[in-house]
Each structure stands twice: as C-alpha cells, then as structure tokens.
Ligand binder design. Structure first.
Ligand code: LLP
Length: 428
C-alpha cells in the first residue's frame, strides 16, 4: 500500500500534487511519502510483535538523513554496510548501539570506528574478517560483539545479481562450516564476544517459500549455538519484495485482495511460529519493503524522436539517477503527473540523456503520449534509487523531497556544478 494516486487527473503524493513539487524544485527529483514509510515500518513491527524482535532498517536502500531520522524516531535499529552508513546514522540522530554491521569487506579503519561507536554487533562474513576484528578489538583493550553470517544455500528465486544465499555467492560462510568456525572463535579469539547468528538470502523475494525454507534449515543451528555459546539473537536478514508491476494500482486495498503478492502479514504469519520456540531475539533487516513503494522519481519529457524501429521519449533523468532498469532490467511503472481526457498512449522507449544504449527507464512500454515539457513519475523508486545514483556524464545528482500530508520539504538539494568538481585538483 502507498499514498500515490490520481485525483481528478492529477497525481498526488498524500495531499500534495506532484506537479507542484516538479515546478518548484525542478527535475529529476525523488519524492518520498512519510506516511507510506511509517505505515510499512509500523506494519512490520506490529506483525513481528509476538516475537522479541527488532526491525533494523537497511540503510543502503535509502540513506537520506531525513529518512534515517524518521526511522530513529520510530525506534528502528539500523543495518549498515560501511563506515559511511554508520556516520550517516549518527548524523541523523540514530543510536549506533542499535546498528548491525554487515558486508564482506570491512576495512580496519571501519572496524575501529564501529568499535568506538559501540555498535550492537558485527555480522561477519569470513574467518579472516573474524581474525581482523579480534586483533583490532584486542589492540583497543575491548571485546567485539560478533555474529557470523551463514550461507544456507537456498534458492531465493530473484534476480541473479541480488541472490545472496547460494554457495556460489560471495556472502556468508557455508552452512557446513559454520559450527567449526564458532568453535574456532570460542577457542582462539579471546577478544570476540559471540552474540548472534545472521543470514540474508536475497532481495526482492515475492514468495514466502524461500524464507520458510531458509529459516527451517537454520533455526536448529541457531538453537545449537544458543545452547553452546549463549547467542542472544538470530537475524533473518531482509529481502521482502515489493510491487513493481502494478505499482500504481497497489495503492488500493482492492489490488492486494486480488493479487498474490507477498505481504508483510503473510511473511510474519509463516515465520513467527518457526522462530518463536528459539527464545532468541529476532532481527529483520528490511530496506526495500519500507521505502520502495514510498518513493517516485519525477522527470520531465525533453524531446520525442520517432525512428524507423522505435519511438523514443527522451527525459531528463538517466541511468545515473536510477540505475535499476539498466543493471537488473528492473521494471518501474511510469505515469504522467497530469492526465488529459484526450491523451493517447504510445509504445515507446523512455530514455535518458546519458551516452549509453543501456540508459533507459523503460523499453517498448505503453505509456501516456506525453509531450515536451510534461512530467512523468517513475514508480517504486524509493529503494535503491537515489542511493545508487552517480555523477556519470557529470550530471549533478537529483534533489530529494519528503512529503507529509500537504506539506513537503526538500531533504536534499540538487547538486550544483561546484559540487561536481569538489575535491578535484589540477597539479601545478
Ligand atoms: N541485509 C543484508 C545483509 C543485505 O545485503 C540487504 C540488501 C538487506 C538486508 C536489505 O534487503 P532488502 O530488504 O532491501 O531486500 N540494488 C538492488 C538490491 C541490492 C540488495 C543488497 N542487499 C536493487 O536495486 O534491487
């Protein structure tokens, strides 16, 4: 569910017409709905309330300070993957002691910083990383809290670039090796405190089955580790998928009634009974399901070009602003900010200004036949949208706006040309 809908032909976010924002702030601009974000977060917290649980928001999905601050106020924990993300959480008023730190390549500087900030736990991905954390903690005269990420070798049924729980993926430690590794920590790494167990099988899962399989496989391991080493938490990762195809319609409860998309409640109903008997603290690390459908990217139609093979609508947002279509062939619905009675549809490629053929937002798509100067909204762009944007082709990064009812705030101003060259030096 979300709060983007048409009222008399005008697309609104909550009670704000999106064209007001496009006119005032320019395009491309990301727009997020505060209410949608809160609904998703509270819905998940509520669904997991039969457990001793913590919702740790995956910062990488959308890491603007205003969004992190919103989460911190709601009592979220944070799942981070870099020193930079930890710094952001701290700047946003979040509590570093509620952060779990994932990722295969933590540097010594990042490990030290995280220890200084007294994070909740490192989710460790290899023996070599455990040894590095042990050494650094020892040099600081403290004990580092650790959990190991287990790779359960479960097929997540998602895009190959965002599957993480198979043996051929770089993530985690093989299921069969994990107990020996915990024994090694216990015997040889005096500066580590064994605190938990973690897993994450992939992102954008739209079926509950792989989650059930993974939890069913790993829960007995968690129970054994609890008995042997007194672990206190089991993190089951993130990964709940959202609606991309059907995004506009999914703002209405009717859509959910008639479509079999994974819901937060179905996820919790299946997993809570498997997790409850463990008597452990259960962490989840959702990113996409919180912010994905809570954000759109606004763009303006610059030109139309009709060729022999195709019609192109050239817009002012490119793959540097939203890379998901280029990188994962991600589908994002595209709707006009203003519908007219006489508006036709056209089959077109919606492309950006970047000098690459992979620079498209949609291909062979039936869209409103918008004319030069008219605006479009690219849906389901709240997660891995702005946070994956870049300055490629020396394009300043987009602005970000947070809507709250009929009020809205620019939460990140559009980059300037000066921003583009900040830190660059011409040698004498
Ligand atoms: N926990 C860990 C350890 C992760 O690696 C991830 C995402 C999450 C939690 C959050 O997953 P979520 O709930 O958002 O599915 N850029 C890609 C997605 C990459 C996901 C990376 N890891 C995309 O745009 O689809």
């Amino acid at each position: 569910m979300h709060t983007f809908s048409y009222k008399n032909g005008t697309l609104y976010c909550e009670n704000t017409p999106l064209c007001d924002i496009a006119e005032a702030v320019g395009t491309p601009t990301y727009v997020y709905s505060k209410q949608t974000i809160l609904d998703h977060f509270k819905g998940l917290q509520q669904a997991l309330s039969p457990l001793d649980s913590e919702v740790s928001y995956a910062v990488k999905a959308c890491s603007n300070l205003a969004i992190l601050n919103l989460m911190a106020r709601e009592g979220a924990g944070f799942d981070i993957v870099s020193g930079g993300e930890l710094w952001r959480v701290v700047q946003a008023g979040g509590d570093p002691r509620r952060c779990t730190y994932a990722g295969v390549g933590k540097t010594p500087e990042e490990i030290r910083y995280a220890l200084e900030q007294e994070i909740y736990c490192f989710n460790v991905e290899s023996e070599a990383e455990l040894r590095a954390i042990d050494e650094i903690a020892g040099s600081m005269g403290i004990k580092a809290p650790v959990a190991v990420r287990v790779n359960p070798n479960i097929e997540a049924g998602t895009h190959k670039y965002i599957t993480t729980g198979k043996s051929e993926n770089k993530f985690g430690v093989d299921f069969d090796r994990i107990e020996a590794l915990y024994a090694l920590i216990d015997e040889q790494m005096p500066n580590l405190e064994i605190k938990g167990l973690q897993m994450h099988i992939g992102s954008q899962l739209t079926q509950v089955k792989p989650f059930i399989e993974a939890v069913a496989k790993v829960a007995p391991l968690a129970a054994r580790l609890k008995e042997r080493y007194g672990i206190r938490f089991f993190s089951i990762g993130g990964g709940i998928g959202i609606v991309y195809d059907g995004a506009l319609a999914s703002g209405s409860p009717d859509w959910w009634e008639h479509n079999h998309q994974l819901t937060i409640d179905a996820y919790a109903d299946s997993l809570v009974p498997l997790l409850q008997p463990l008597g452990l603290r259960i962490l989840v690390e959702p990113g996409r399901v919180i912010v994905g459908n809570a954000g759109v990217m606004l763009t303006q139609c610059l030109y139309e070009k009709k060729g022999d093979a195709k019609t192109f609508k050239i817009v002012d947002a490119g793959m540097n602003d939203l890379i998901r279509p280029a990188l994962y062939e991600g589908h994002h619905e595209i709707w006009p900010l203003q519908q007219h009675d006489d508006q036709d549809t056209v089959v077109a490629d919606i492309v950006g200004p970047i000098c690459e053929s992979g620079d498209f937002l949609a291909q062979n798509r039936t869209v409103a036949d918008v004319q030069q100067g008219e605006y479009l909204a690219v849906f389901s762009a709240g997660a891995y949208g702005f946070s994956m944007s870049s300055n490629y082709n020396s394009r300043p990064m987009a602005a970000e706006v947070l809507v709250d009812g009929s009020n809205w705030t620019v939460i990140r101003s559009r980059q300037s040309l000066e921003d583009l060259v900040r830190g660059e030096i011409i040698p004498e």
